[in-house]
Design a protein around this ligand. Structure first.
Ligand code: NAD
Ligand code: IPM
Ligand code: MN
Length: 370
């Protein structure tokens, strides 16, 4: 088969560190002839501001639009806190999501058996947890108009953002969530605040209508977002798939990360609508950020980014066996007590660097394929 074309956007902070381990795994897979990759690299975020004055260039956007999949590390950091709001590092990532129309963001939270004690919650609460948050990614308060800061002239200023959703925006992300629920535990919980927000009211009505029309075989429930935040730490195993808006999804997925032990464990896939040939535009990235507090020290956990690469194999290229190989190797390494600092907790036999974690996972992959 032809090589897959990838665009790697390592970004800032720990982005290049964790992405380095993905490049090693990609090269290993190529050497095994299971699947080959042609990797192009470009700048995004603060490093692109430094080099080009903008967080992502049009040329990089053109590349992102034409490759088979985009892999992103992380963007941002204190160095760029002072730049104009419209060209912040994060604006580069938001442009990628918006222009590629990646409206469905899949954020699975899975507790690996060896890490059940690494969570800040009790073992019995998180053991065996396997939930999926589907976050709407191109709408809501992240992109709504009007927005901005205006001077009211009387010494007061006003900051405005707008929460807005349309029928079709709600229905397309809900459809992705219903489809995924069918392939899992067949349960979907839709989360909004219909008690205070009209956009939440519309969300609940449209999800309910779509359920009646096309997905009545899936068990649908609804929950207010504040209750969901509480239920996620009270009894997270009650959930299978959660579908929610852009901002609630951002917060609830960080919360879900701590159920797994660390933000350094959580991968994500951002998907667009399928084209005529059934191919979706896609970007894969860890849920965590650039972690300025540990950047450059070789301490970052590369697992979230490696698992994002595995999601790419599964969702973009239908290479389930290869994805299983990476996920299985991660599990093996954790079973052996090999840990980066963020998941050290209890049961750590060996504290390792980013690169040594990558090496251990590569070795486990080689062992499994012998
Ligand atoms: P963060 O996710 O970067 O870090 C939060 C905490 O988690 C830190 O203590 C960090 O050390 C730890 N952490 C994160 N990833 C880790 C890993 N792989 N291994 C070990 N520890 C890890 O969030 P923040 O500090 O609020 O944000 C820092 C910058 O990152 C900001 O500029 C923010 O906008 C940006 N950010 C970017 C993305 C992205 O690129 N997708 C996501 C979130 C935040
Ligand atoms: C994430 C991040 C981004 C978001 C930022 C960096 C724009 O927190 O991917 O979760 O808020 O969506
Ligand atoms: Mn976030």
């Amino acid at each position: 088969a032809a090589n897959k074309k990838l665009l790697v956007l390592a970004g800032d902070g720990i982005g290049p560190e964790v992405m380095g381990e993905v490049k090693r795994v990609a090269a290993w897979m190529g050497s095994q002839r299971a699947v080959g990759f042609d990797i192009d690299e470009a700048l995004v975020g603060g490093c692109s501001i430094d080099a080009n004055g903008v967080p992502v260039t049009d040329a990089t956007m053109d590349k992102a639009m034409t490759v088979d999949a985009v892999l992103l590390g992380a963007v941002g950091g204190p160095k760029w806190d002072g730049v104009d709001f419209s060209i912040r590092p994060e604006a580069g990532l938001l442009r990628l999501r918006k222009d590629m129309e990646l409206f469905a963001n899949l954020r699975p939270a899975l507790v690996y058996p060896a890490l059940a004690d690494a969570s800040s919650l009790k073992r019995e609460i998180v053991e065996g947890l396997d939930i999926l948050i589907v976050r709407e990614l191109t709408g809501g308060v992240y992109f709504g108009e009007p927005r901005g800061i205006t001077d009211l002239g009387n010494g007061e200023r006003r900051g405005i953002n707008t929460q807005v959703y349309t029928t079709s925006e709600i229905r397309r992300v809900a459809a992705v969530a219903f489809e995924l629920a069918r392939k899992r535990g067949n349960r979907l919980c839709s989360v909004e605040k219909m008690n205070v927000m009209e956009s939440g009211r519309l969300w609940r009505e449209e999800v309910t209508r779509l359920h009646q029309e096309q997905y009545s075989d899936v068990q649908l429930s609804h929950m207010l977002a504040d209750n969901c935040a509480m239920q996620l730490v009270r009894n997270p195993k009650q959930f299978d798939v959660i579908v929610t808006d852009n901002l609630f999804g951002d917060m609830l997925s960080d919360e879900a990360a701590m159920l797994t032990g660390s933000l350094g464990m959580l991968p994500s896939a951002s998907l667009g609508a399928p084209d005529a040939a059934g191919r979706r535009k896609a970007l894969y990235e860890p849920v965590h950020g650039s972690a300025p507090d540990i950047a450059g020290q070789g301490k970052a956990n590369p697992i979230a980014t490696l698992l994002s690469f595995a999601m790419m194999l599964r969702y973009s290229f239908d290479l389930g066996t290869e994805a299983d190989l990476i996920e299985g190797a991660v599990s093996d390494v954790l079973d052996r007590g090999i840990r980066t600092a963020d998941i050290a907790g209890t049961g750590a036999a060996q504290l390792v660097s980013t690169g040594d974690m990558g090496t251990a996972i590569l070795e486990a992959m080689a062992q499994r394929s012998r």
